[in-house]
Design a protein around this ligand. Structure first.
Ligand code: AMP
Ligand code: ZN
Length: 141
């Protein structure tokens, strides 16, 4: 646990929360300022700032939990779909610096717009970018 981290305290049960799921690695809670009805956050119990430092075991279990919760939301809340959002660093909208995955149920006319403005691409530039990322991945092996 990280001192002064609110999500460490919530995830480990030191601060009460509206918990929808808990296991040895995660707690899933309802967001305090929900974008839609049922907006939930998957919190690892261990502290990771964000995706840049999350460990492999936590990362690999994360979507198993997210999928479980998503199916339960569809069944219990009757959402038509849902968005998974995960913000990393301030530039990308992260405000709480303990890794968390947003699960946001979507309903007709829910007033939300969780999309981006599509850009344009050039095949040569795309190739260059893909190469750069690939090389960084290879260097990391
Ligand atoms: P992000 O902007 O991705 O870092 O998301 C942080 C989210 O945490 C926001 O949606 C907040 O509404 C939510 N949040 C902040 N504090 C609490 C809290 N004490 N309990 C539940 N959700 C919280
Ligand atoms: Zn933390």
């Amino acid at each position: 646990m990280e001192q002064d981290c609110i999500f460490c305290k919530i995830a480990n049960g030191h601060i009460p929360s509206a918990t929808v799921y808990e296991d040895e690695m995660f707690r899933v809670i309802l967001d305090l300022s929900p974008a839609t009805k049922g907006h939930a956050l998957v919190l690892p119990k261990r502290h990771f700032r964000n995706i840049f430092d999350i460990d492999e075991t936590t990362a690999s279990r994360l979507f198993v939990v997210a999928a479980k919760v998503a199916r339960a939301m569809k069944k219990s809340l009757g959402c038509e779909g849902l968005n998974i959002v995960q913000n990393n660093e301030e530039i990308a909208g992260q405000t709480v610096f303990h890794f968390h995955l947003h699960i946001i149920p979507r309903y007709a006319d829910d007033g939300q717009k969780i999309l981006w403005n599509p850009g344009t691409s050039d095949p040569e530039v795309q190739k260059e970018i893909a190469c750069k990322i690939s090389e960084a991945l290879d260097a990391d092996k």
